[in-house]
Design a protein around this ligand. Structure first.
Ligand code: NIG
Ligand code: FE
Length: 400
């Protein structure tokens, strides 16, 4: 899709996207007043990267540049609040073995750690850039990126420095697994993560995360890492209840984490804890797809009143997809979320999980991040799975 210039671009330049058949704003004050705030025959004006006006196309003000959506649907850009993009190598053989019956244990993380440590900055930077562009082409305009494949001070710092070149939403996951060299003294590794490693990475990270799971870090070790992170000025989030119904979710709620991620194996008490808190349940159905695991109980979470986000978990082991439309389709088909719930979770839900109010919606003042679909309705995201429906993307008010 082309933007037609009516004037030179520069500061103050305005962009009009008009003739939008169906515009999802996620602003319930607009349009049909549902949570998606759907307007029909709509238009949107962006000025300096922010939404300056939304409404009926017939009433739209003039702008310097104009995009004719030709009746297509437009949605807020996806907010992918959980990825592990900084890594080298792939684990396709591990995936094939799983599809032949091997279980997923997280043991392959160490394979990626070895490949990542051996890779140069340039190789890692090129890989992050390629995956970031791949995600953008599929409508992801905000992305969180974790470390977690360095697992020593220098490599965790390096991975976060490279992540920070690609996004403001960086997460320190030094507590991903205990690296081989600390296998017989895991508490020393926890002390390293919470001490010298935390000090070395704090300037590059916004969030601190921990894989709270049997075979990774127990609740006590996880609490120590998260507490050290908070002391260093980072905000907590947790990989919780992915493989077993352990204490990760309740720890996330206890420390006031922005998000408990995975939530695959939940007790009734876990669901109540999430529903009674501001901790978002971030569901990652790409991981269940790629590890042939049961999907998380999205319906029970939603019906209990928990806030649900969807994210890709893009990583070379458990979920090598950067596609938020794929995650939406899985959530609808496999987790019984309605198409509206799934789209909200992949946009506004992701923004909640990152404690952001400037993304994930298209109300006036929001960042002008818009995905135009080659379809008349957002319903097609789940109705036409696997089809490249993202026709074009406006990111920060610029057509990319
Ligand atoms: O979120 N669970 C821990 N970490 C990743 C998987 C990492 C890997 O297998 O390389 C996840 O699924
Ligand atoms: Fe993850």
């Amino acid at each position: 899709m082309r933007a037609h210039d009516a004037a030179a671009s520069g500061p103050g330049t305005s962009l009009l996207v008009t003739n939008i058949g169906e515009l999802v704003t996620n602003d319930p004050r607009l349009g049909d007043h549902s949570p998606l705030g759907v307007l029909t025959d709509a238009a949107l004006v962006a000025v300096d990267g922010r939404v300056a006006w939304v409404g009926r196309a017939a009433e739209a003000p003039a702008a310097d540049q104009r995009i004719d959506a030709a009746g297509r649907a437009a949605i807020p850009g996806f907010v992918d609040s959980h990825t592990h993009l900084v890594f080298a190598g792939d684990r396709a053989a591990e995936f094939a073995a799983r599809m032949a019956g091997e279980p997923y244990t997280g043991g392959g993380i160490r394979t990626t750690v070895a490949a990542t440590r051996a890779a140069s900055d340039d190789v890692l930077r090129a890989s992050v850039g390629r995956l970031r562009r791949e995600a953008l082409r599929q409508g992801t305009t905000t992305i969180e990126i974790k470390s977690g494949y360095g697992l020593n001070v220098a490599d965790e710092q390096r991975c976060l420095r490279l992540a920070a070149e690609a996004t403001a939403e960086t997460t320190f996951l030094g507590a991903h697994v205990v690296p081989a060299e600390y296998a017989d003294r895991p508490d020393d590794y926890v002390a390293l993560v919470g001490g010298p490693m935390m000090a070395a990475v704090a300037a590059y990270a916004k969030w601190v995360d921990v894989f709270c799971e049997r075979g990774a870090f127990d609740v006590e070790q996880s609490r120590a890492v998260l507490t050290a992170g908070v002391r260093a000025g980072l905000l907590p989030r947790v990989h919780a209840n992915q493989l077993t119904a352990g204490g990760g979710v309740r720890l996330a709620v206890e420390v006031g984490a922005a998000s408990a991620d995975h939530c695959t194996h939940l007790s009734g008490a876990d669901i109540d804890a999430l529903a009674g808190s501001s901790t978002v349940a971030t569901l990652l159905p790409g991981a269940e797809f790629s590890t042939r695991s049961p999907y998380p109980p999205a319906r029970r979470l939603l019906d209990a009143g928990a806030t649900v986000a969807l994210a890709s978990d893009c990583n070379p082991g458990s979920s090598f997809t950067s596609s938020m439309p794929f995650c939406v389709a899985l959530a609808v088909r496999e987790m019984r979320m309605t198409p509206a719930e799934a789209l909200w979770a992949a946009t506004a839900g992701g923004a909640r999980a990152l404690r952001r109010d400037d993304v994930g919606h298209l109300g006036v003042g929001a960042r002008a991040d818009v995905a135009l679909l080659d379809a008349p309705s957002y319903l097609h995201l789940a109705y036409r799975p696997g089809v490249p429906l993202i026709e074009s993307v406006v990111h920060d008010g610029v057509l990319s």
